[in-house]
Design a binder for this molecule. Sequence first.
Ligand code: FES
Ligand code: FES
Length: 408
Amino acid sequence: MSTVNLVVNGKSVSADVQPRTHLADFLRDTQNLTGTHIGCEHGVCGACTILVDGVPTRSCITFAVACQQAEVTTIEGLDDDEIARELRAAFSAEHGLQCGYCTPGMIVSARDVVLRLDAPSEHDIRVAMSGNLCRCTGYVGITRAIQRVVEARRARGIAAIPNGHRTALGPSGSGHADAVAAGATARAAAPATLAAANKPAAAASAAPRKDANWKPQTNFTQSFTVSHPVDVVWDFFGNIPEVASCLPGASLAGDPVDGHVEGQIKVKVGPISAEFQGVADVARDEASRTGTIDGAGKDKRSNSATRGLIGYAVKPGDNPGQTRVDVNIGFTLTGMLAQFSRSGLVEDVAGRLIGAFVQNLEAKLSHQASGGTGAAPVVTELDAGSLVFSVIISRFKMLWAKITGRRT
Ligand code: FES
Ligand code: FES
């Protein structure tokens, strides 16, 4: 046990805690401050956001012992805070909440927006609030509520405080990607395209991706089975545009040249719509029926960059006429969207994206096998925000089943 001394909502607190105890558990379990909600415990949803020394902080990924002597303010500590009071009224007026689970974290982050930004546009507010996810209300009312408070305060002559009395800016997980993003800019557009096959090209725009020192931050493997013969699947994987069309939101900028391809992929993550522009080099080996896709991409609006290396192997499935595909994904995601790159969560989300990919692949191969004309019906868009929540909910269900021994 370690002793931690904090000032919580203006009151000195001293307690013995396990070094692994995170601040949210500490506040809820030892201080009875249950207004701090816990959603994902991955630093993704923002439900647990509180202020540590005036800075919005995810308390689920902050160790209590790491906050020695810090001033902690929870939603309870904002009862009499002027901005929080105005925000509560505005959230009610603009229908900015339904179940209210996300609301304490929303109010803490929104207060920071009102405090710091002078005349934020709707887009500015959405970007600033992108670390707080709401599963039931949507973001229109929330954004309007914040805009309403900002406008009212500026109209009353209350100016923004650009740094909000802070020495560090940005919620945990953001603001660390500038150097990487700058490198990605120099290397031209970037991707997220899951295209397909050929040999690696040495195009100038892809040069930084050839950095021998690059290592993915996260690696994982997934497998899927397709109800079509291995030769058919392998041939299909050689058709880059067709493979790209199986990935919801992906499109190519033109025909592949020597295995080098440019394109984009659109993905919605909570309130943010990201559009990664990117390049990828694809390679495949006929003898081993393996291939790689080496890509990089950048979303200008969120200033997020990604670099990824996907390896796949196509082999006969367990039953005749089936094909098994093993996919290894290694990637690095930086910038605002990096908050979604926690290991495990991304793996689950990728599993759902791969599920949609397989569904489209099956549809196209069946369409092809039946001699159908025209385009096969495919899923063309996925909302990673809803995916994130379905992941969180499925995890809650698993946890509940574990605790109660009941099936969900
Ligand atoms: S519970 Fe902390 S970010 Fe979700
Ligand atoms: S109001 Fe229900 S999660 Fe946001």
